[in-house]
Write a protein that binds this ligand. Structure first.
Ligand code: NAD
Length: 300
């Protein structure tokens, strides 16, 4: 693997924790952290540089938008976060302006660069960035419902007393209030979840509700979420740099709906290598339509 460069735009809670998660994984030769708030960014870089030698990791430095132009991966976590009780969609206008300014400042990026959008509402911002980018939309993805899917895997594993690694379950649609679990596609080991001994609809409903509300719950207690999403984005970077071809639910452009939302794709060095063809049941199809309509109403 050639030495790689990751640029992270937004050195707030999410951007700096993501930088730390990437640094601990030791997957990039160079990490550049960029923020309009140079003082905060300097402080984060100084603090993160103290962690370097403990992990024999990459170099880290503060940068300007121009430093993202030759990066292999650009993570965008610039923008305002949710306040307590606020939905992700409520951030749309302010964050759209921020993403416009970020995209203008980093474009053109390398033709084979991959952009990972994290700023919320992530599906709307992913579509917006795709429209402003000089690279194909298959190279601009949003973190989407990958974290929600991990959450559902952990909760199912606990309920069924098996390892989380034996659970394959996806939350699809919006990374937000209209997300839905595709139970009909979920497996525990080699057994379809809906046929697994001991599973019942009440447990599934409770888990879906807990996953949907988990970010609200965290924000209520500590004001922000960042460890989970940081680990998720670091895993996406690793998957891309090492061409791991994991099947992940990330936010991608869906022509049928003209929005970005999360569906399973094969992720590798070229970004979205291919879409995974899935057959949702009738109820899940309806939920997907609702998610798409909700996103269409706020994407322009
Ligand atoms: P934060 O307020 O801690 O940090 C945001 C940073 O963005 C600030 O340092 C700010 O200076 C910077 N910024 C603003 N405009 C900029 C610009 N034009 N160029 C460069 N930097 C700029 O917020 P946070 O908690 O880190 O959250 C960041 C974003 O990530 C929010 O939109 C939040 O909702 C989102 N988020 C997404 C997920 C997810 O699952 N996708 C999870 C958590 C948070």
């Amino acid at each position: 693997m050639k030495p790689s460069k990751i640029a992270i735009i937004g050195a707030g809670a999410v951007g700096s924790t993501t930088t730390y998660a990437i640094l601990v994984k030791n997957i990039a030769a160079e990490i550049v952290l960029i923020d309009i708030d140079q003082v905060r960014c300097t402080g984060e870089v100084l603090d993160l540089s103290d962690a370097l030698s403990f992990h024999r990791s990459s170099s880290i430095r503060i940068g300007l938008a121009d430093d993202a132009k030759d990066a292999d991966i650009i993570v965008i976590a610039a923008g305002i976060p949710q306040k307590q009780g606020q939905s992700r969609v409520e951030l749309v206008n302010k964050n759209r302006d921020i993403i416009t300014s970020v995209m203008k400042s980093i474009t053109p990026v390398k033709p084979d660069a991959i952009i990972i959008m994290v700023t919320n509402p992530v599906d709307v911002m992913t579509l917006h960035a795709q429209r402003l980018a000089n690279i194909p939309h298959t190279q601009v993805i949003g973190s989407g419902t990958m974290l929600d899917s991990k959450r559902v895997g952990v909760m199912l594993a606990e309920a069924l007393d098996v390892s989380e690694r034996s659970v394959n379950a996806y939350i699809l649609g919006e990374h937000g209030d209209t997300q839905f679990p595709a139970w009909s596609l979920a497996y525990v080991g080699c057994v379809p979840l809906l046929e697994y001994p001991g599973i019942d609809q009440k447990t599934l409903d409770t888990i879906a509700e807990s996953v949907r509300n988990k970010a609200y719950e965290i924000i209520k207690c500590k004001g922000a979420t960042f460890f989970g999403i940081a680990s998720c984005v670091a895993a996406l970077c690793e998957c891309i740099l090492f061409n791991q071809r994991l099947i992940v639910p990330v936010s991608t452009y869906i022509e049928k709906f003209d929005v970005c939302l999360s569906m399973p794709i094969v992720l590798g060095t070229r970004g979205i290598d291919r879409r995974v063809k899935i057959s949702l049941n009738d109820e899940e199809k309806k939920l997907l339509e609702i998610s798409a309509q909700t996103l269409k109403a706020v994407s322009n």
